[in-house]
Design a protein around this ligand. Structure first.
Ligand SMILES: Cc1ncc(COP(=O)(O)O)c(C=O)c1O
Length: 454
């Protein structure tokens, strides 16, 4: 990339998150300048199909003027107000009303935060608070999944199962965080085991852990309907169906992390609907505002809300809150986003284009590098294999996924390599024509990578 003043400034002074900072010192940044629909353009004018919707979030693409206008109008009217001590504003009230109206049954209350991490962090705090208030102080441990991802705060990185986000950060913090296996049937399924049998084995592992620790010590289970950071991985058949009765039996709260899946990604408004999940709490963010503003919402049930009210009787207030939680500009943008989803029937659009999206990616199943392709709605993962017939993965040192990602970018396509799983999660507004172009650019990238890898 051509060096200019800001390129050099970035290289010298900006700390890039989730970046190999050693490699970065040599390669430097790619600076994006503008967006148009599903395309973004870097400062050199090169266009990319953003097949990851940024970070699984830009559902309405990169040029939705109505969202810019909603932010501008709210800034003129009331650019900031907080939501402490019973104060608020009309956008926070309207967004709470709209969200709880479309939420899964029973989730009648919304707590606004600024990010998915903060939202899950708040969920953890409320899980612990709830159990103290209702007189179960010993019920505090939480179960996440290896390779699950729930955020980057001290607590949510501890709950997540991402080793590189824990190593040398002294995480997981404390002894409340437990993890069960990642339900990746393709990689972890045993010889002759059906997908449903694999799910039953995963559920049995959960139950064994609960029994070993004692159900009276386990407060909550956190899971994403479809994993994002875990590899754009759909759950194996019957997984949530088999897991939920175990949680109910031990009175363990199910906190469903819909930070990626919420708002149509899986072909229903919620991933919970797609997989028959009944959440006790639900965290959502990203597509809530089409990512034009940082905002998240924790949706909670009446039973948990009642405990919060009881806690205020005990302590004088709900002792939790952020300066920017429920920011009026973010709420106004989220309201406009929800209006657009409704007017354009975004869920039906996802259902209409999903077959073309999945067929395009499944079309690569015969490619020598591709071992597995699975997805739902507009999210999918492709697993690369060194020897697909013998099911032999590439050695990690080959960095096969990273190579395909690089080749894709060279060909104007942004995807994400999570190890050797390639994630696709385009803006929900993507058209069939753009899906064809996405497939064309990916085919070129994959063939170029094949020459270097096999
Ligand atoms: C499932 C899930 N939960 C939580 C988060 C954290 O959200 P944020 O980056 O907004 O803090 C992410 C981010 O990618 C996510 O994918």
């Amino acid at each position: 990339m051509r060096a200019n003043h800001l390129y050099e400034a970035d290289k010298a002074h900006f700390v890039h998150q989730q970046t190999d900072l050693d490699a970065f010192a040599k390669t430097g940044p790619v600076l994006m300048e503008k967006g148009d629909g599903v395309f973004v353009f870097d400062t050199q004018g090169k266009n990319y199909i953003e097949a990851m919707a940024g970070l699984w979030c830009s559902s309405l693409g990169f040029s939705e003027k109505r969202l810019a206008e909603a932010a501008y109008q709210q800034m003129l009217k009331l650019p900031y107000y907080h939501t402490f001590w019973g104060k608020g504003h009309e956008p926070s009230a309207e967004l709470a009303e709209r969200l709880t109206a479309i939420a899964p049954p029973g989730l009648n209350h919304a707590l606004f935060q600024c990010s998915g991490s903060e939202c899950n962090d708040a969920a953890l705090k409320l899980v612990w608070y709830y159990n103290n208030i209702i007189g179960r102080p010993q019920k505090k441990k939480v179960i996440g999944r290896i390779r699950g991802y729930h955020g980057n705060t001290v607590a949510t990185a501890s709950l997540s199962g991402q080793p590189h986000m824990q190593a040398d950060f002294d995480l997981p913090y404390g002894d409340r965080f437990l993890h069960i296996s990642n339900p990746n049937f393709y990689r972890e399924g045993r010889e002759g085991e059906t997908e449903r049998q694999f799910s039953a084995r995963m559920a049995a592992e959960l139950e064994a852990l609960i029994e070993k620790e004692g159900g009276e010590t386990i407060a909550a289970f956190f899971a994403e309907p479809v994993q994002g950071g875990g590899g754009a991985l759909t759950p194996p058949e019957g997984y949530f169906e088999l897991i939920q009765p175990i949680l109910k039996k031990h009175d363990i709260l199910f906190v469903v992390d819909e930070v990626i899946c919420g708002f149509g990604r899986t072909g229903n408004m919620w991933g919970s609907q797609t997989y028959g999940i009944e959440p006790d709490m639900l965290s959502c963010a990203k597509q809530l505002s089409a990512s034009y503003q940082p905002i998240s919402a924790l949706l909670i049930s009446d039973r948990i809300h009642e405990a919060l009210v009881e806690g205020s009787r005990k302590h004088g207030s709900l002792g939790h809150g952020y300066t920017y939680g429920g920011h009026p500009v973010a709420c106004a943008v989220a309201i406009e986003t929800l209006k657009i989803y409704e007017e354009r029937d975004i869920v039906s659009h996802v259902r209409a284009v999903s077959p073309a999206f999945l067929a395009t990616l499944k079309g690569f199943a015969g490619h020598p590098l591709v071992g597995d392709v699975r997805g739902v709605g507009l999210i999918a993962g492709i697993e690369l294999m060194q020897d697909k017939n013998g099911r032999v993965p590439f050695p990690a040192a080959r960095k096969a996924g990273a190579l395909v990602q690089k080749k894709a970018e060279e060909n104007g396509l942004i995807i994400r390599a999570i190890g050797d799983r390639l994630a696709f999660c385009p803006p929900l507004i993507i058209t069939e024509t753009e899906i064809v172009e996405m497939g064309r650019r990916f085919a070129t990238a994959l063939n170029e990578a094949q020459k270097e890898l096999l």
